[in-house]
Design a protein around this ligand. Structure first.
Ligand code: ADE
Ligand code: ZN
Length: 337
C-alpha cells in the first residue's frame, strides 16, 4: 500500500480545529444570502483569492470578518455539520474543536445560540457518523481580561458541553500572563486548559502557558526549538503539541514544508500531532495536512501512525475510549503490511 492510500485510510484524531475556520466560501455565500448580510466579495472564488496572508494578523482580520455571516443557531449547526462530513471523508474518528464565543457575543449573538448549535451538530455527529468529539472554548487574547471573565461566566451553565478553555488570536503583545486569573477561575470550575503558544510568539509564552495557565497541551508550539532545554522538557514530560502544518505554511511560520520541524520533533520523542487549524482558509483538512508532511519528509508508516497515536494519548477522553481508538490504528497498520 502506498503512502497516499495509507494516509487516507489511517484513523485520525484532530485536536486543533477552530470551527469558524472551517467556514467554506460557498457556505459563507449561502449564509450571507439567508441572513441578508452584504459581503465584500462577489463570488466564492473571489473569497478564495483574498486568502493571501503574510502573518497571523493578516489572516485574523479576514477570518473575523467571515464569521459575521453566522447569526442563528441553525447556522452554527450547519457549519459544524459540514465540518463533520469532511471528518468522515478523511477518516477522522475523534475531534476536539475550538469555538470563539467572543467573536459572536461582541456582535450581539447570544452565547447560548452559538454553543447550542455547535453542540447539537456534535451530538448528531456521534449518533449518525460515529465521530466522537469534545468542545473547547477559546478566549480571544486581543480582548481584555474583563471580557474573558464575562465569557467564562456565560459558559458556566454549559459545563456539560464544554470540556476545556483555550487561548487564541494575536499572540504577539498578548502573553499568557494576561489571562492567568481567568484561567485560575476556569481551573477551579473544573475546565481543562490549553493555549496557543509559540506559533509566532517566543518560547516564554510556552513556558508561561504551562506554568501559569496549567495547560495540558500547547497549540502550535513549533518555536520550542529556539530553546533546546524546553524541547527536552516537552519530550520527557510528553507535553502534547497540536501542530498545524498547512497553517504554518500559509501564515509564514515556515517558508517551505521541507523546513517544517514536525518530523524532527517526532523523532526526538515529542508528543506532536497533525491538525488542520482553519482548513477552509489554509487549503486543507486532516488528510491534506498528513499528505503535505509526508510528501516533504520521508517517513515510515509506523511514524505516520504515531501522529494519531500521539493525538489519542493527548485527547480529553477516558482510558477505555483511548484504547478503542488505539486498536483501530493498530488494525490499520497491520492491514497495510
Ligand atoms: N484563531 C484561529 N486560528 C488561529 C491561529 N492559528 N492562531 C491564533 N488564533 C487563531
Ligand atoms: Zn489555532
Amino acid at each position: 500500500m502506498n503512502h497516499t492510500s495509507f494516509i487516507q485510510q489511517l484513523p485520525k484524531v484532530e485536536l486543533h480545529l477552530h470551527i469558524e475556520g472551517s467556514l467554506e466560501p460557498e457556505m459563507m455565500f449561502e449564509l450571507a444570502q439567508r441572513n441578508h448580510i452584504a459581503l465584500p466579495y462577489d463570488s466564492p472564488q473571489a473569497v478564495k483569492e483574498a486568502y493571501q496572508f503574510h502573518n497571523l494578523q493578516s489572516f485574523l482580520d479576514i477570518y473575523y470578518q467571515g464569521a459575521n455571516v453566522l447569526i442563528h443557531e441553525q447556522d452554527f449547526y450547519d457549519l459544524t455539520w459540514a465540518y463533520l462530513l469532511r471528518c468522515q471523508q478523511d477518516n477522522v474518528i475523534h475531534t476536539e474543536i475550538f469555538f470563539d464565543p467572543q467573536t459572536h457575543t461582541e456582535r450581539g449573538i447570544a452565547f447560548d445560540t452559538v454553543v447550542n448549535g455547535i453542540y447539537r451538530a456534535l451530538q448528531d455527529g456521534e449518533k449518525q457518523l460515529g465521530i466522537s468529539s469534545q468542545l473547547i472554548m477559546c478566549f480571544l487574547r486581543h480582548l481584555d481580561e474583563d471580557s474573558a471573565f464575562a465569557t467564562l461566566e456565560l459558559a458556566l451553565p454549559h459545563k456539560d458541553k464544554i470540556v476545556g478553555v483555550g487561548l487564541d488570536s494575536s499572540e504577539l503583545g498578548h502573553p499568557p500572563e494576561k489571562f492567568q486569573r481567568v484561567f485560575e477561575k476556569a481551573l477551579a470550575e473544573g475546565f481543562l486548559t490549553v493555549a496557543h503558544a509559540g506559533e509566532e510568539g517566543p518560547v516564554s509564552n510556552i513556558y508561561n502557558s504551562l506554568s501559569l495557565l496549567k495547560t495540558t497541551r500547547i497549540d502550535h508550539g513549533v518555536r520550542c526549538v529556539d530553546d533546546p532545554q524546553l524541547v527536552q522538557q516537552l519530550a520527557e514530560q510528553r507535553i502534547p503539541l497540536t501542530v498545524c502544518p498547512l497553517s504554518n505554511l500559509k501564515l509564514k511560520v515556515f517558508e517551505t514544508m521541507d523546513e517544517h520541524n514536525i518530523v524532527e520533533l517526532l523523532r526526538q520523542g515529542l508528543c506532536v500531532t497533525i491538525n488542520s487549524d482553519d482548513p477552509s482558509y489554509f487549503g486543507g483538512y486532516m488528510t491534506d495536512n498528513f499528505l503535505a508532511v509526508a510528501n516533504a519528509h520521508s517517513m515510515t508508516k509506523q511514524e505516520l501512525a504515531q501522529f494519531t497515536l500521539n493525538a489519542i494519548e493527548a485527547s480529553f477522553v477516558d482510558e477505555a475510549h483511548k484504547q478503542r481508538m488505539v486498536d483501530k490504528v493498530v488494525a490499520a497498520l497491520s492491514s497495510a503490511e
